[in-house]
Design a protein around this ligand. Sequence first.
Ligand SMILES: Nc1nc2c(ncn2[C@@H]2O[C@H](COP(=O)(O)OP(=O)(O)OP(=O)(O)O)[C@@H](O)[C@H]2O)c(=O)[nH]1
Ligand SMILES: [Mg+2]
Length: 424
Amino acid sequence: MPTNLPILDPMSQPLQSQISEVLQKLETLLDRVPESVAKDVRQEIREFRQLLVETRSPRFALVGRRGSGKSSLINAIFGRKVAEVGHEKAQTGEATWWPYSSDMGTLEILDTRGLQEGSRPDEADAAASPIESILNALKEKSPDLILFLIKATEADSGINHDLEALTEISKTVEKVHNYRPPILVVATHCDTLEPKNVRLHQPEDEDPEDLNEKLERVKVIENLLKTKFEADPYLKESLITVLGVSSYQSWKNDVLRSDERWRIDELLDYIFNELPKEGKLAFARLSQVRTLQESIANRLTKVVAAICGGIAAVPIPLGDIIPITSLQITLIIAIAYVAGRQLSQDTAKEFLTAIGATISAGLVLRELARASVKIFFPGVGSAVSAGIATTATLGIGRAAIAHFIQRKSIEKAKAVFDGERSRT
Ligand SMILES: Nc1nc2c(ncn2[C@@H]2O[C@H](COP(=O)(O)OP(=O)(O)OP(=O)(O)O)[C@@H](O)[C@H]2O)c(=O)[nH]1
Ligand SMILES: [Mg+2]
């Protein structure tokens, strides 16, 4: 059962509606421009909206036997204790989507164990998670992906029941939502494979030969599972990969006392790649993986730079160019948010000033003030201001990544901004 229930807002509501407003305004501006010019900018605006305005908690359906490590995996993703580890009583009553939250965000999880065990009468509490309610929960919301967990040591024992459950879940989702969720197969407990004492999470301290033996065993299990999936024409299509991991962490009074996670970063990478755009930002934030945060921040930067360049390139009245600055401020707020912080507009503006980017924004304005350039030499002036707007925005994004995600000083961030500009 989740230890804390409140769903945290992916992004503050007022901020989201503000961003939404700016984007709407931009779209209206684009109506005045030939569609051939506006088309690409519209596309970027759509992506920006998906990533930022429509952001929501990712949703996973978990399939895995009792003790396969579902709760541990949720904790491993967060790097915090958000789920109770150890034997849990089966949920009584309705199976439903449960929010698991840290102060960095929320995952919505549907535990589908009842479906797997429903046909096994020896399970005392099999009836506690009625199959009907699992299927209803799947109809209510579709999982972004299915995580199938199996203990590495149990991978060669009959998993037909498990595969049947997987197929039923996938087909239900596909029928209702017209979406076939990708399946990630996770072989847990790899650390317990022989030789037991070899620590996968500290390979540098281990005898290379012993380590190799253990890694070979992991590979054998991965291949075994892969073969089973590939033998099933339906499941084969949905399989992303099979990955052996260890999720083991030990907590004492909610304080981490040992962290033996292995290959969880790799798993997070796979999950991130499979998530729809709406779920990526929240996932990068809550998992606190820098490479994922950088990936989404770089994408946001490119999208915003393209939008700013697009606006600057079209001959529109000077007053309407203000959205460029608001977009750049939004970009800073969004990047800081991915890194786990909540910035006010004022703080974002201070950051712009501190890296010396306001001058650049002014430059764009001045460039556009020479509107005559555009009128007399259409194309030339536009290309110049578009270039400046794009470069300045790229620089601002890279500087924000350096400061908020890579935790570099403001001085270093300023150097990143200056470097980006002098590159062109
Ligand atoms: N060594 C090792 N132990 C693990 C790993 N993952 C989970 N465990 C342990 O296995 C036990 C069961 O893990 P849980 O995460 O509670 O499993 P679960 O699937 O949530 O179990 P139920 O909620 O009862 O279905 C706990 O003692 C965990 O510490 C792993 O990768 N390696
Ligand atoms: Mg559990």
